[in-house]
Design a protein around this ligand. Structure first.
Ligand SMILES: Nc1ncnc2c1ncn2[C@@H]1O[C@H](COP(=O)(O)OP(=O)(O)OP(=O)(O)O)[C@@H](O)[C@H]1O
Length: 573
């Protein structure tokens, strides 16, 4: 481009002032800057053309050679994939990441060395533990790519706001909806399917021997396909830790095993029987109903879906939809299913309403003057009536658990403290197939509870060390050494506290355990104490089985007296 052309163009585009500068730069360089501008323009044009060609071929490849799988953030696969991605070194080094604070569950293993101690070195200190934990990095919203098994994958994390019209007649709000799109350069989505299967396998290989507890999602989320959310992921409860009549335990186990067998659906279908199994666990509080439910879920590797009928936002529609979105095999736990949780049956409610109306009419005849008090009274009655309409009715519950639309394949466990108050319809055969009675502990059960409390930890060998632990003195052959109580912050600790703090060992040798357990059982009267009460007593003497036996008589007498006097305050704990 000749220099005079540029000098002509500059005033035309309102940059007249640049012309002398342009001339000055040319003179200073000793060559015409137009050449440089021409080369830059050329590079820009080539870049444009290459980009166009790239997008053209990329579009072709995407359309004809790429496969994509969409994953919703409400699905479990999303969790599996994100966790796997957060552990991929190449992803972690990506340039667009999102940092997340990872909250550990109470059951996750922790390295003792990561836990701080107070200045005395005696007490553990967990302040700012979450802040100190390493964050987890996951791909940020946008496009990412990664390789797995020699295959190229593209990940598009998309987030958008959608308008939700409002569940259950509420107000509409904007909600964030997130989706993942995983693509691969292949004409079939098989490599993505393999990747997702791998992520799932990895996820569950980490989560083996765990019981996942799910609860209904909050009301505003329940309209989505996924009605359930995980609320806990805890270690499996070993069946041996549930102290119960052996016959009863085996009966439930055998029954459930039979029902969950892959052949069972055909058997049920051939005979036209709905594929459902229900159990009723009944007995006083703290006798192991919930514990057995968890242990059963652990034995069969099933997730537990817990529903509380007392949840105020739960409607009958919700309950039906919760039951219809259960996985193929699972345990549904309906706890404390007594009349307190159920709305009165429709007929009864109508009769009550009629009686109330009659009463009102009678009152009105007696006094035809309408006063402010009457209006208030009427408002109260109307409010009460509308409250009665909320919650779950017996028919609503029956419909959800075995109505036409109800899910088949699940194991329903209902627990109650007051079986006599249950409606016959709820526990008729077909709805409840097996009843299990839980009772206060027998002497034999007290002995078993004692042994379970003090026997060696499963998987974690009891650590016997001759080195001092924290502020303590050496602990020879599994017994506590007597030493002067250590002090912290100027306070002298009691011998119990200091020994418990110093050591994880017991005040007996492990060989003495069966004999001591027998002595303990002798002191516990049959059928007077719940396993939870005995467990609570032993927990307070977690490291002192000998003391637990010595103090048992005093505790038994105090608790019996407390029960007779119906007081809530314990004299001996
Ligand atoms: N039979 C038992 N074997 C072992 N532990 C038990 C037993 N019964 C109760 N416990 C212990 O007591 C505590 C309460 O038990 P759980 O919740 O299973 O009782 P529950 O019968 O379901 O009580 P509730 O009727 O009040 O819900 C748990 O910590 C559990 O470990």
């Amino acid at each position: 481009m000749p220099a005079n052309v540029i000098e002509t163009i500059l005033p035309l585009i309102g940059m007249k002032g640049f012309a002398p500068m342009y001339r000055f730069v040319g003179n200073w360089l000793g060559w015409d800057p137009t050449y440089l501008l021409t080369v830059l323009g050329f590079i820009w044009a080539i870049n444009k053309v290459i980009r166009q060609i790239y997008y053209f071929f990329y579009g072709l490849a995407t359309e004809y050679c790429m496969s994509t799988i969409h994953i919703s953030s409400t699905d479990d696969i999303y969790i599996h994939l994100m966790l796997w991605l957060s552990r991929q070194p190449r992803m972690v080094n990506s340039r667009a990441l999102m940092a997340e604070t990872v909250s550990k569950t109470a059951w996750e293993d922790e390295d003792e060395s990561t836990v701080a101690r107070d200045h005395s070195g005696l007490y553990l200190n967990f302040s700012n533990q979450e802040a100190r934990a390493r964050p987890q990095y996951i791909p940020a919203v946008g496009l990412h790519s990664f390789w797995w098994k020699g295959q190229y994958f593209r990940l598009h994390r998309k987030k958008e706001s959608i308008f939700d019209e409002g569940a259950h007649g509420g107000f509409g709000t904007f909600k964030d909806k997130e989706d993942l799109m995983v693509s691969c350069l292949w004409r079939s989505p098989d490599p993505i399917k393999q990747l997702l299967a791998h992520c799932k396998e990895q996820y569950y290989s980490d989560h083996q021997a765990r019981t996942i507890v799910k609860r209904p999602c909050p009301a505003y989320m329940r309209r989505a396909r996924n009605n359930w959310q995980q609320v806990a992921n805890r270690p499996v409860r070993d069946m041996r830790t549930v102290v119960l009549d052996q016959q009863q335990k085996l009966q439930v186990l055998a029954d459930m095993n039979e029902y969950l067998h892959p052949e069972t659906p055909h058997w049920y279908a051939n005979r036209g029987i709905p594929l459902r199994r229900g159990y009723l666990f009944h007995g006083p509080p703290g006798t192991g109903k919930t514990s057995l439910s968890f242990a059963l879920a652990g034995v069969f590797g099933l997730d537990i879906h817990v529903i509380s009928l007392l949840e105020p936002t739960l409607t009958e529609e919700d309950l039906s939809s919760l039951f219809s979105t259960l996985p193929r095999r699972c345990v549904v736990l309906l706890e404390d299913i007594d009349t307190a949780g159920l709305r009165r049956p429709a007929e009864e409610a109508r009769a009550a309403k009629r009686a109330a109306k009659k009463e009102k009419e009678k009152e009105e005849k007696e006094d035809s003057h309408t006063t402010t008090n009457d209006i208030k009274e009427l408002a109260k009655v109307l409010k009460k009536e509308s409250e009665e309409q909320k919650g779950i009715s017996l028919s609503g519950l029956l419909n959800a658990i075995d109505g036409v639309a109800s899910h088949e394949g699940r194991v329903l466990i209902m627990t109650t403290n007051v079986p006599e108050e249950l409606d016959d319809a709820l526990i008729r055969p077909g709805r409840v197939d097996l009843q299990v009675e839980f009772t206060y502990a027998t002497k034999e059960q007290a002995r078993e509870l004692f042994i379970r409390m003090y026997e060696g930890d499963q998987g974690r060998p009891r650590h016997v060390d001759s080195k001092p632990v924290a502020n303590g003195s050496p602990v020879p052959d599994g017994k506590l050494a007597k030493s002067s109580p250590p002090s912290t912050n100027g306070h002298v600790l009691s011998p119990e506290t200091s020994s418990a703090l110093r050591s994880g060992e017991l005040d007996i040798s492990i060989d003495e355990l069966p004999d001591i357990a027998r002595q303990f059982a002798e002191k516990i009267p049959d059928g007077e104490f719940s396993p939870a009460e005995i467990q609570g007593y032993l927990l307070k003497r977690k490291k002192h089985p000998r003391r637990a036996v010595e103090e048992a008589d005093k505790w038994v007498a105090a608790v019996i007296e407390q029960k007779i006097n119906r007081t809530k305050i314990s004299q001996v704990q």
